[in-house]
Every structure is written in C-alpha cells, then in structure tokens.
Design a protein around this ligand. Structure first.
Ligand SMILES: C[S@@+](CC[C@H](N)C(=O)[O-])C[C@H]1O[C@@H](n2cnc3c(N)ncnc32)[C@H](O)[C@@H]1O
Length: 411
C-alpha cells in the first residue's frame, strides 16, 4: 500500500484538514510532519486559558479532557441540532459541551457512575430547589455500617453521609430516570466525598478524582497526624452547587433543549444507538492500563450503590490487546456515524513515548469505511486548575493530546 502523506491527503480537499493546516489563532502556524506514513499536524489548537470553559464542567474525573477539546471539534464539524457522541464519556465532557452548544448529546460508559455525573448537568436545578430539597433529608437516620470509613470522616459526618446515601438510594435508584434535584444532589455529593481541602466531606486525602484505599488513608492520617473533623455536608453541597451554576445564564439558554441520550455498556456495542444517527464522535478510551478507573472510583461507586467488581472496565497491559478493543470500537462507530460524519479519537502519549497509541488507532481503522485524515497534536500548557480536575496525566506518563481524525465514507 502507498504510504499516506499530507500532500495526498490535501489532494482529497478535506476542508477540516485545510482548516487545521491554516489554523493560526494563537499567532503560530501549524507544523506538519509524517511518521510511519501517518500525517501529523501540530499546533496549540486549544488551551484552557484561551477560552474559559462553562462552570458546569468543574467536576473532577480521572483522565478527563478539557472542555476546549470537544468544543474545537463541535464548532468546526457540526451544526446546531446535529448529534455528538462519546462512547467512553467518563464525567461527560463531550455530551455536556455538545448540549451547551445546542447539539444533541449522546454519551455512554461501561460504568453507570458516568450517567450520575452527566445527566444532572444536562438539566441543572436552581440553587433554591437544592437548598429546599436538602432540608427534606432525615439527617438523623444514618447508621454507620462500615466503621473503616472513619479513616476519612468524623463519626457525625459519616452518619450524615449514610443518611444521604440511604435517602438517595430509596428515592433515586440509579437504573431509573429520577427527579433532577435528587440527581443533582447525588452528583455533587459524589464529587465532595473525598479531597484535599475543607470543601470536601473527608479529612485531607488525595484529590477528589482518586480515592485511596482505607490502608493508604490510615498511612496519610498517621503521617500528617490528623483526625477527621466534622463537616457540614449541606453547606458543602450548596457551596459547590452555587459554583457550578455561576454561568447559569448560558445554561438556561442552551442546555436541555435538544435531545440527549446517555447509556451504560461497552463502547464496542451500543444497541440503543441507531445506525447512521451520529454526525460527530469525540472520545478517549482508557490508555492501556495507565489509570485504575475501578480503584480510583471505589468510594464514589459505594456511595452510588454500584458494584465496582462487576464492571468490565477496559484495562490492557499489551498494546496489541488494546488495539483489538479499539478496532471493535471503531467497527461499531462506523455503524452509528452517518456518511460524511467524523470521529476525533483522542489518545495520550504513554510510557514516555515508547508506545504511540495513535499509530495503533490508525492501524485499527484500516479496512473500515473510514478515511484517515491526520493525527492532530495539541501542544499543551497545564494550568493548576486543569491539574486538579485530573486533566494532567504527566505523573502517569501522558503529556500530550493526540487526536486521530477519521471521516466516515460510503461502504
Ligand atoms: C479516558 S476516560 C474518558 C474521560 C472522558 N473523556 C472525560 O472527559 O471525562 C475512559 C473511560 O472509559 C470507560 N471505559 C472503560 N472500558 C470501557 C468500555 N469497554 N466501554 C465503555 N467505556 C469504558 C472508563 O470507565 C472511563 O470512564
């Protein structure tokens, strides 16, 4: 097969490729290169500083991407009313950004926790409604079932957490469409369970997207000579709610109007999505075995009543196994994406650049009805805020966004 070069790609008159080649919004021209026959286009296409993301995005999740990433593609590759899909949605950055831009928001993840993060922010309540609802909780009825959790919480705080958990499990089972205010309260609570400041229910621990084990927390407590103090759960939930809703003027105008659909299941097969119903996919799967999604979310899953062990979260030690998962996912995406629609498939740079995951994705797309347009590399500068939302994976060996751009062509 002839190697694919940038010149042959341009000859196809791909308008998106032309756009990224001409991109110089930051006063810097895109640079072009080629490796293993794959065309690369590099620039600072988006940065957290260049454009403030909507406050509703400020929910932490391991290896989430910046909202500016889906915004870049949604703005250029879709029209209002089009459908945007993420089969590995995590905290729901893609569907939320899609909804904020008046697109139909479709998202999926193997962990039902993702729906609990995403759905409430597609239909946010008012601060007053949240305050009133919190008063209905019977805060005195909580009973401590697992005393080991006292490594994170004072006895009173833990009783209140149990009371809220019990109230939510009874009123808002996770497998049903539930009241938006209850849904919101659970979303904020699972994001305040543990963290590194007094804005969280716990004593000092790791940032909120990474709950440590009971044994590790014991060590942290001993090292810091700390004991959990009482926290006012209602106050913390209201404070975070106020912060998330501070850009609400835009929310009311944009979120919740177009259709949205969130599902739980493997990315490799989403029976609830019709063929050719999607115009754009923006997604990022787990990168090999770099992030421990099950372990990091154990406390959030416990609070939500999710059995972490039962989840088939993708976790691949070998690049070849990972490539099989990607190939199966791309096969499914060719079913759901309409001809002319695009896929932006993001991967990180892992194992200090020894494994180039974008090359695996490029190879996995071969033979499918997908035009392989280019790999975009976004030059990143990390902000402190971005770090604490879990965007920066530097310590885990990831330091650049690499996005494989594909276009669905006729079979
Ligand atoms: C890199 S994270 C996605 C983060 C997302 N882009 C965000 O901004 O929050 C990968 C996600 O894939 C999910 N996942 C793992 N295996 C999966 C599978 N087989 N099908 C669907 N989702 C899966 C994990 O639960 C995790 O939420």
């Amino acid at each position: 097969m002839q190697p694919l070069t940038l010149a042959t790609m341009i000859a196809h008159e791909d308008s998106f490729l032309e756009q990224i080649l001409k991109f110089d919004d930051q006063g810097q021209a895109s640079s072009q290169s080629s490796s293993e026959g794959i065309p690369y286009v590099t620039n600072a296409f988006w940065t957290a500083r260049q454009r403030q993301a909507h406050s509703l995005h400020e929910i932490s999740y391991r290896a989430c991407f910046k909202p500016q990433l889906p915004e870049f593609f949604i703005a250029r590759l879709t029209q209002p009313g089009d459908t945007v899909y993420d089969p590995f949605m995590g905290r729901g950055t893609t569907p939320l950004q899609a909804a904020l831009m008046g697109r139909c928001a479709v998202g999926n993840d193997i962990n039902p926790l993702s729906i609990l993060f995403t759905r409430p922010r597609l239909r946010p309540p008012t601060l007053e409604a949240v305050a009133q609802r919190l008063q209905q909780v019977d805060w005195q009825c909580g009973e401590i079932e697992n005393e080991e959790l006292l490594v994170f919480y004072s006895p009173q705080t833990l009783r209140h957490i149990y009371a809220l958990r019990q109230w939510l499990l009874a009123r808002a089972p996770i497998d049903r469409v539930v009241d938006p205010v209850d849904d919101w309260i659970r979303m904020v609570a699972i994001n305040r369970l543990t963290g590194h400041s007094s804005g969280f229910f716990s004593v000092y621990t790791l940032p909120p997207n990474q709950a440590v084990s009971i044994a590790s927390q014991r060590k942290i407590n001993a090292k810091r000579n700390q004991t959990p103090v009482d926290r006012d759960i209602q106050k913390i939930i209201l404070k975070k709610t106020r912060s998330l809703l501070r850009d609400a003027a835009i929310v009311n105008a944009a979120v919740g109007q177009p259709y949205s659909c969130l599902t739980t299941g493997p990315a490799e097969r989403n029976a609830q999505l019709r063929a050719a119903s999607v115009q754009l996919v923006i997604t990022s799967p787990p990168f090999l075995d770099i992030v421990q999604y099950a372990d990091d979310n154990w406390l959030r899953n416990w609070f939500s009543g999710i059995d972490t062990q039962s989840l088939a979260i993708a976790h691949h030690r070998h690049a070849s196994d990972w490539q099989h998962m990607v190939a199966a996912t791309l096969q499914e995406l060719t079913r759901v994406v309409a001809v002319g629609g695009h896929i932006a498939f993001e991967v990180g740079e892992v194992r200090h650049g020894q494994v180039m995951l974008e090359q695996q994705v490029w190879a996995a797309a071969e033979g499918l009805p997908l035009e392989r347009i280019a790999v975009m590399i976004n030059q990143q500068t990390f902000s402190k805020t971005a770090n604490c939302w879990g965007v920066d994976n530097n310590t885990q060996g990831t330091n650049s966004n690499r996005i494989v751009i594909l276009r669905r062509i006729a079979d």
